[in-house]
Design a protein around this ligand. Sequence first.
Ligand code: PLP
Length: 480
Amino acid sequence: MNDKKSFHMPVSDFREQGKKMVDWIADYLENVENYPVLSQVKPGEIRAQLPASAPTEGESFDAMMKDVNKIIMPGITHWQSPDFFAFFPSNNSAPSILGEMLASGLGVQGMLWATSPAATELETHVLDWVADMLSLPAQFKSTGTGGGVIQDTASTGTLTAILAAREKKNRFMSNDKGVKNGMVAYVSSQTHSSAEKAIKIVGIGKNNLRKIEVDETFAMKPDALEKQIKTDLDNGLVPFFVCASVGTTSSNAIDPVFSIGEICKKYDLWLHIDAAMAGTAAICPEFRPLLNGIELADSFLFNPHKWMFTNFDCDCFFVADRTILINTLSILPEYLKNKATESGAVFDYRDWHVQLGRKFRALKLWFVIRHYGVEGLQFHIRKHVEMAQTFARWVDESNDFILLNQPPLNLVCFYHKNGNEFNKKLMDTINQEGKLFFSHTVLDERFVLRMCIGQTNTDWRHIETAWTIIRETAKKLSES
Ligand code: PLP
């Protein structure tokens, strides 16, 4: 029997290990570009090195960090490498990491205003700042009819929007009686898969999700949307929700939000805007037109955890009429009743999303915005866009590669003229070598390479090296 009185880590050890941890992270970020960007391990390789069962006796922190270095690090794909160009980025930054640390240290669970008033009030306030930074219409602010809330991910944000839309259309009856048959939702063939997943979750059913045709820029065709809505109405169905994308995942296509919004108004459908990555660009006035038409939307989201230097997870979700959201999601069991809630004078964010408990995520966003200032954020966003536009020009000027389209922002889609198999081999070869990591999509049956330039520390030299590697590898493969 162990005769210890406590097994907790003494504060003095925490102090020492905490300082070492900050050093470890600082060293990591300083050296991150020296690692192969894409982890090179085989399936099962990490697990095979872990003991079969949990330790009976506690171990030293030094022993844990030794295993982090030896076992875990080879299994890391380095999202914070400036040579990471795959998917969409998942940024972090020093102020955000510190904010995340502080949130963990405070260990606040901010489900109700009363469970930490500062967590709620800071979040409300920072999201009003964000609404102003993106020049969102007044109804999306807490001082208007709506407001913002931090959700974990865009997927959850879209799920929340669909739930609210469903309830609005059903006059809040489906919460009691179950989902009415025949409800129909609309996305484009390019909308992120999270919308389809949400449609399945909320009980609308995949067969009641219409994937509207896109034009040559891969943006939703409003006339095709309206035609489909009319057909569905003629067939006695109940259209209720449209998701417009500002920056699709495959190619960053921008749906015509204003035209879609007018159709939504005409037929009384909820308009949700998914601007998961591209939304950040609206901080720069020259890119704000991307959101034109947002005044017609019921909800809007973007992810500072993608392209605003804020650690995963942090999705900013805005709604134009918060009463719809709250009426959809509010439930007040006896054990959560409190004076502040009963007074009606506070926001309880548990009523604004699916889960009850919530982390104090506003801290890291607050730190990021205060550290960079709006000017600093604009500087880095503009630089990423400029680098992407330059990369696109290099592609366009080359003899062997073809630019798919003029990138609206920071995602460059292109392909080698040697065809799909060659492009796949080119990407796999480069990613396996580990000097950079980029990804692909398939558009009109064409295997398309995607370079998304949005990692916090990506600079000119990184894109120059990437372009050299891509060209030289293509040349070698063509000659082999
Ligand atoms: N919407 C778009 C346009 C995306 O590109 C993504 C992910 O890349 C998502 C939604 C889902 O994001 P999340 O991981 O925050 O759920």
